[in-house]
Design a protein around this ligand. Structure first.
Ligand code: TYD
Ligand code: MG
Length: 477
């Protein structure tokens, strides 16, 4: 049986709830199966598409008229053409949520009529973030509806009470059937609605199980339409799978206006919020939160947080100013090099890309003459952040050399630059912003590539063309 199709059981026990509901579809709704590869339509599910022969590509969908039809079968006209400058944008200005870091990522807040998908692993804090955001909107007089499809209304109320976010404008309902959700929208007439989660909501017209591709797409489609029709801001929560994709695949990302991803290490309090798609602004802002007893608190000064536990005078520790979107962050890169008898020495990279670690080790051996043959190498970015950009290469290389030699580098040193295979250093973008952040936090010397542009005040800049030069500069007094 395909993952998407769970027989008729779901249908027979759900259809009872549709009868009284005033939805746009009626007896004419018919389900068909469509191939995700070639678009062919068939009446019965099969493991392989008869047209293009792709395996497992047929997904159930409802065949129905999407808009009220005029007698000729043409949909009713939805808009009037007008000069672009006369299009009214007033009603579409964002609604701030009072959760500063969320508003920063959304560049103002939730836009009426827009749909935002909030993705993240289970337990990362999506429901908490939503509850806090809705409470902020409610406190500003917006009518908010929280549809909880996973937890009971009691559970959500208790959490809201604990977070101190009870508000008369915040409405709550526990429901999972899409027709009911649409009905609740009519009853409450909210300015903002949150559905937690889209994978738990189902449409009884489809026989697929909740959370399947067909269900998720169908429910999201309806909610997107309702959102546009009512000019209400909608937030859909979506759980992500282990490999980072939004379960109920990427089809959702095309449907919505904004895709937010909420990340973090389960065992660290730090949470990162990013927009991976945003139709109302850039996707460059990073929001930082700390999960604590009182819910999520914004972290305005993340660099200070990451460096708070740093111990000066330890070999193998170098601070790198990295950029996440527009936000400069100072992170501590740590390395530990120990003798080993293992035939294949260990190489571990936490918070760093293991490919970049391998590259930096190879360049150090070949171009700088450092040797790690008989050593286990452990590297970490402290604080639970993940650094993916090559700007941290130089700091990593210096940390490895320092760890290997046992000589600590001066504690007020930062390093940023990309290491090339020839042992050359390449500049990374926005060096000045990175160094300004380092200077703000009290760092006094920076090692950067020779080509890096003129830089910030308050920090002495040393330039190196090659990694070997940088190693010498960094250990100079
Ligand atoms: P939750 O918002 O339920 O996560 P999601 O909706 O993404 O699955 O939050 C999950 C975790 O957050 C939970 O394990 C407990 C923790 N938490 C706190 O530490 N403090 C708090 O104030 C709250 C509400 C939750
Ligand atoms: Mg949740």
């Amino acid at each position: 049986m395909p993952p998407d199709h769970h027989g008729t059981l779901a249908r027979s026990c759900h259809t009872g709830s549709v009868g009284s509901v005033p939805m746009a579809r009626t007896k004419t709704a018919k389900t068909v199966y469509r191939c995700g590869e070639c678009g062919a339509e068939v009446a019965k599910w099969a493991g392989r598409c008869g047209a293009c022969e792709a395996w497992n590509s047929l997904v159930e969908e409802v065949e129905q008229a999407l808009a009220p039809s005029a007698p000729g079968g043409t949909p009713a006209v939805a808009g009037t053409p007008m000069p672009i400058a006369e299009v009214d944008t007033e009603a579409w200005s964002p609604l701030a949520s009072r959760v500063g870091e969320l508003d920063r990522v959304m560049q103002g807040g939730l836009v009426p009529g827009s749909v935002t998908l909030l993705g993240g692993e289970p337990g990362i804090g999506k429901s908490t973030l939503l509850l806090q955001a809705l409470a902020g909107l409610a406190a500003d007089g917006r009518r908010c509806l929280y549809v909880t499809a996973e937890e009971s209304a009691q559970q959500v109320r208790l959490r809201a009470e604990r977070l101190g976010t009870l508000s008369a404008n915040l409405w709550l309902v526990a429901d999972t059937a899409l027709p009911h959700v649409v009905e609740h929208l009519g009853a409450v007439q909210p300015d903002v609605v949150a559905v937690d989660s889209i994978q738990a909501v189902y449409d009884p017209v489809l026989s697929s199980a909740p959370g399947s591709v067909a269900q998720v797409r169908q429910c999201a489609h309806h909610l997107v339409r309702a959102s546009k029709e009512r000019a209400m801001a909608t937030v859909l929560v979506g759980h992500v799978t282990k490999d980072g994709g939004l379960a109920g695949p990427r089809v959702l990302e095309h449907l919505v206006d904004t895709v937010l991803s909420f990340e973090g290490e389960r065992h660290h309090a730090l949470r990162l919020l990013r927009a991976t798609k945003h139709r109302f602004g850039s996707t460059d802002e990073l929001g930082l939160f700390e999960m604590g007893g009182a819910g999520l608190q914004g972290v305005p000064d993340a660099s200070a947080l990451f460096l708070a536990d740093r111990r000066p005078g330890i070999a193998g520790s170098v601070v790198a100013p990295v950029l996440d979107g527009h936000r400069p962050l100072l992170v501590e890169v740590q390395a530990l090099v120990t003798d080993t008898r293992l035939p294949t020495p260990r190489r571990s990279a936490q918070g760093l890309d293991s490919g970049r670690l391998a590259l930096v080790l190879a360049v150090l051996e070949k171009r700088v003459g450092a040797s790690f043959h008989n050593a286990d190498v452990h590297t970490v970015v402290a604080g639970g952040v993940k650094v993916v950009e090559p700007g941290a290469d130089l700091a990593l290389a210096l940390a490895l050399v320092s760890a290997g030699s046992g000589h600590p580098l001066r504690p007020d040193l930062v390093a940023c630059g990309e290491v090339g295979l020839g042992g050359e250093l390449r500049q990374v973008h926005q060096t000045s912003r990175r160094l300004a952040e380092a200077a703000r936090l009290g760092f006094r010397r920076a090692v950067v590539p020779a080509s890096a542009p003129a830089t910030a005040a308050g920090i002495e800049v040393r330039r190196a063309a090659t990694l070997a030069e940088a190693v010498e500069l960094a250990s100079a007094p």
